[in-house]
Write a protein of this length. Structure first.
Ligand SMILES: Cc1cc2nc3c(=O)[nH]c(=O)nc-3n(C[C@H](O)[C@H](O)[C@H](O)COP(=O)(O)O)c2cc1C
Length: 392
């Protein structure tokens, strides 16, 4: 085995925790929980298999933190709102820790893009009274269409018009995030990630296109990020200094893949507002971490946020091989990388990258990432001959 990617495989101190390397599994929704949100044994096996592949940390799929308050976004989404949820997550956390891998639970509130079937007839909530254009809830491969027995075009999910949250609602939802974080810690997690990305509630506040407020929670970058900062403060008060708290940010939303912040200057203002906040680290979500889609500067968004916040950055998006990961770290864009689809599809990604083994990643991109029973069987490197390989 060669020692490819020395920076990637060096340890990283992230707030109160130390990762054995800088490879993080990005949060990936699987809809594998019980209908009541309890994490399943299948989830424990899925996460443990990826921990065994040598990751520094896993960020779980988006998890709703509160029953009520219209936070659940997906059918079969896991929750961290009840004692049964805590017991389910404890099995996941213990299985991951057995492989010397950290795990944090991603806490999310769906806001205006919750699947209407999760809302019990209530309207969705958002920063302002806006109306999402809707989106296709599932992936669009023929393979998935086939296993779901869907004939014709993919069904597009539409959402009702959103109710604008009042300030007292904002505080109640932030309290819900804190209670969810306390339960995640009770389950043994190393901390939590607050989902401020990808079109969900906190993103709807951070993105000026969906936040039309004129009070303290809208109208400027500092006001747009205030809700996410409040959530961080309440979580820190609930779980103390010994646990990791990460904030995930993005330009895109699930119902808007043309999303763009108003310039790198906007990222700089968001970064400056997060300096000295309760967050230990930031996490940039995208499909290409280096492409900022802006005209005012070519600097990658994660680099601008890292520079202005002074916080460690986990960069995500389009990192499929070791060389790209190493460059993300040595270029000043990031302190760790989060890998989504490649680890989804390929539990031993870290092993292969470290070995320097040539590997064609693309056949595993999406094709085998549909259901765990399939990916356990198929997304496995045929050339992996050393099952006793010690995790880096
Ligand atoms: C099927 C699927 C599910 C996802 N679920 C989540 C999620 O629950 N939370 C989240 O923040 N991002 C989620 N994402 C976004 C990924 O974390 C990541 O940003 C994206 O896949 C790009 O990274 P990659 O190029 O390494 O795959 C999801 C992406 C996919 C493809």
């Amino acid at each position: 085995m060669t020692d490819a990617c020395p920076t990637l495989f060096s340890p990283l101190v992230l707030g109160p925790v130390t990762l054995k390397n800088r490879i993080v599994m990005a949060p990936l929704t699987r809809q594998m929980a019980e209908p009541d949100g309890t994490p399943t044994d299948e989830m424990a096996a899925y996460y443990a298999r990826r921990a065994r592949g040598g990751l520094g940390m896993i960020i779980t799929e988006g998890t709703y933190e509160q029953d009520g308050w219209q936070s659940k976004a997906y059918l079969s989404q896991p929750g961290i709102a009840t004692d049964a949820h805590v017991a389910g997550w404890k099995k996941v956390v213990d299985a991951v820790h057995a492989h010397d891998c950290k795990i944090i639970v991603q806490l999310m509130h769906g806001g205006r893009v919750c699947d209407p079937r999760c809302l019990n007839g209530e309207p969705p909530v958002s920063a302002s009274a806006t109306h999402s254009g809707g989106w296709v809830l599932y992936t669009d491969t023929d393979y998935e269409k086939n296993i779901r027995a869907i004939d014709g075009p993919w069904p597009k999910v539409t959402f009702g018009p959103a109710r604008a949250l009042r300030v007292d609602d904002i505080h109640a939802i932030a309290d819900g995030f804190a209670a969810g974080a306390a339960r995640a810690v009770a389950a043994g997690a190393d901390g939590v990630e607050v989902h401020g990305a990808n079109g969900y509630l906190l993103w709807q506040f951070i993105n000026p296109k969906t936040n039309l407020r004129t009070d303290d929670f809208g109208g400027s970058p500092e006001n747009n990020i205030r809700f996410a900062k409040l959530v961080g403060d309440k979580i820190r008060a609930a779980i103390g200094p010994g646990k990791l708290i990460v904030l995930r940010l993005s330009q895109d939303g699930v119902d808007d893949f043309t999303g763009a912040w108003p310039g790198v200057a906007y990222a700089e203002a968001i970064g400056a507002a997060l300096k000295g906040s309760a967050y230990d680290a930031l996490h940039w979500a995208s499909f290409d971490y280096a492409a900022n889609r802006q005209t005012d500067s070519a600097e990658p968004m994660p680099a601008a946020l890292r520079r202005t916040s002074g916080l460690p950055m986990i960069a995500n998006g389009g990192i499929f091989d070791g060389a790209t990961a190493e460059t993300a770290l040595t270029s000043g864009a990031a302190d760790a990388v989060a890998i989504g689809r490649a680890i989804f599809a390929h539990p031993d990604w870290a092993y292969i990258v470290r070995s320097g083994m040539p590997y064609d990643w693309m056949p595993f991109d999406r094709k085998y990432v549909i259901r765990p029973p399939l990916d356990y069987g198929l997304a496995y490197p045929l050339a992996l001959t050393d099952p006793k390989w010690p995790a880096p």
